[in-house]
Design a protein around this ligand. Structure first.
Ligand SMILES: C[S@@+](CC[C@H](N)C(=O)[O-])C[C@H]1O[C@@H](n2cnc3c(N)ncnc32)[C@H](O)[C@@H]1O
Length: 338
C-alpha cells in the first residue's frame, strides 16, 4: 500500500472498492489486461476498457483531474473548471465520496462541503434535478473522490456506471419490518435491475431462513417458495403467499418453472454454482439473483469458475457479478434465461 494516496492520472479510470479487497480488484484488472496501479486504500487506477465491469469495484469513472488537498474555495474553483470542460449536452449529477476506510470516512464532511461549493459554481441548468432519473436522462455522473491528500475528479455516463450511488456506497436505512440484515443486500441487488418481481410472480428463495429476502419479495406482491431446512420467521411461515419447504435446496425441484430464482445459501460457491446451473439448464426459472459466498483467500479463480459454470453449463445470459455495498466476503450474481 503506498504510504500516501497517489494521484490518479487524467484519462485513466479510477475504481473504488471495499477496504481490504484492493488485491482482488487489482488482480481482476490485471487479468483483463487493464494495467492496474494501486493508488491507496480502496482506490485502484487502470486503463479504460469497453465494457469493463470488475466484480470487486463499487464504482469506476474516467479521471479528469487529480488535485492536491488545499483550502476549500481554490479547490472548488479548480474542480469547477474541470467539470465545466465536460461536453455541454449531458445533464450532470454531482456526487462526492471518500474511500470507505477510517481515514477516508473522516473526510466525509469536507467532501460534502466541496460538493456544495462546486455546485454553487455551476449553472443550475447543467445539473439534473431528479438524480434518480440519471440513466433515463442520459446524465453524466461527476464524482469528486476526496482521499487523504488528494481529490480526484472524474465522470462516467450514468448508463455505464456500476452504481448510481456516490462511490457505489449505496447506504440504506434498515426497513423497520425487515427480519434480517440480508434484506438490504436484496434491496440493493433489485435496485440494479431494470425490473423486479411483481404481483403474482412466483419466486423460489433457496436458503431463505430466517426470511429477510422472502419478506422483501412478499412485500412486492410475489408468491415465494422458501426452501431451507431452518425455521422462517413465524409471520412468514404462516403467510398465505409463502410456502416453506423444509429440505435441502440440493434435493428440491419446482413442480413447474417459476419466474425468479433467488439464492442466499451459506454453502460452497462451486456447488452453489452447479445447482444454479442445473436450474438454468432445465429452464426452471427466468431470472436469477444469487449471493455467492467467497470466504477463501484466492477469490478470483473461484469466481472465474462460478462464471463459467453459470454461463457455459447453465446457459444463464447477461451475467453480472458485483460485490455490492452490503456484500461482505461475497458477491451478488444476476442473470436471465433469454
Ligand atoms: C445467510 S442465510 C440466508 C439469509 C436469508 N437470505 C434472509 O434474508 O434471511 C443462509 C441460509 O442458508 C441455509 N442453507 C445452507 N445450506 C442449505 C441447503 N443445502 N439448502 C437450503 N438452505 C441451506 C441456512 O440454513 C441459512 O438459513
Amino acid at each position: 500500500m503506498p504510504p500516501q494516496t497517489l494521484p490518479a492520472r487524467p484519462g485513466k479510470w479510477l475504481w473504488t472498492c471495499r477496504a481490504g479487497f484492493e488485491p482482488h480488484l487489482y488482480e481482476e484488472l490485471a487479468w483483463a489486461g487493464a494495467d492496474p496501479r494501486l493508488l491507496g486504500e480502496a482506490l485502484v487506477e487502470s486503463e479504460g476498457r469497453q465494457g469493463l465491469a470488475p466484480a470487486f469495484a463499487r464504482q469506476g469513472f474516467r479521471v479528469l483531474a487529480s488535485l492536491r488537498q488545499g483550502a476549500l474555495e481554490p479547490l472548488a474553483t479548480a474542480v469547477g473548471e474541470a467539470v465545466a470542460a465536460l461536453p455541454p449536452a449531458a445533464p450532470l449529477v454531482l456526487q462526492a465520496f471518500t474511500p470507505d476506510t477510517p481515514q477516508g470516512n473522516a473526510l466525509t464532511a469536507e467532501a460534502e462541503a466541496l460538493r456544495e461549493a462546486v455546485r454553487a459554481r455551476l449553472p443550475a441548468s447543467r445539473l439534473l434535478a431528479e438524480e434518480e432519473r440519471a440513466r433515463e436522462a442520459g446524465a453524466l455522473l461527476v464524482s469528486l473522490c476526496m482521499a487523504p491528500g488528494i481529490t480526484v475528479v472524474g465522470a462516467v455516463p450514468a448508463r455505464e456506471a456500476l452504481s448510481l450511488a456516490a462511490g457505489g456506497r449505496r447506504r440504506m436505512r434498515r426497513a423497520g419490518e425487515s427480519p434480517s440484515r440480508a434484506a438490504m443486500k436484496l434491496e440493493e441487488a433489485l435496485d440494479a435491475l431494470p425490473f423486479e418481481p411483481g404481483r403474482g410472480e412466483v419466486c423460489v428463495d433457496l436458503g431463505a431462513a430466517p426470511g429477510g429476502w422472502t419478506q422483501r419479495l412478499v412485500a412486492r406482491g410475489a408468491k415465494v417458495i422458501a426452501v431451507d431446512p431452518a425455521r422462517l420467521m413465524p409471520e412468514l411461515a404462516s403467510h398465505p403467499r409463502v410456502q416453506h419447504v423444509r429440505e435441502s435446496a440440493f434435493a428440491f425441484a419446482p413442480d413447474e418453472p417459476v419466474d425468479w430464482l433467488f439464492c442466499d445459501m451459506a454453502w460452497r460457491p462451486l456447488e452453489v454454482a452447479q445447482l444454479l446451473a442445473k436450474w438454468g439448464r432445465r429452464g426452471w426459472a427466468s431470472h436469477l439473483v444469487a449471493n455467492i459466498k467467497l470466504p477463501m483467500k484466492d477469490k478470483n479463480p473461484i469466481l472465474l469458475r462460478v462464471r463459467h459454470t453459470l454461463t457455459e453449463d447453465g446457459g444463464w445470459k447477461g451475467l453480472t457479478v458485483r460485490q455490492l455495498y452490503h456484500d461482505r466476503d461475497e458477491v451478488t450474481v444476476m442473470a436471465h434465461r433469454r
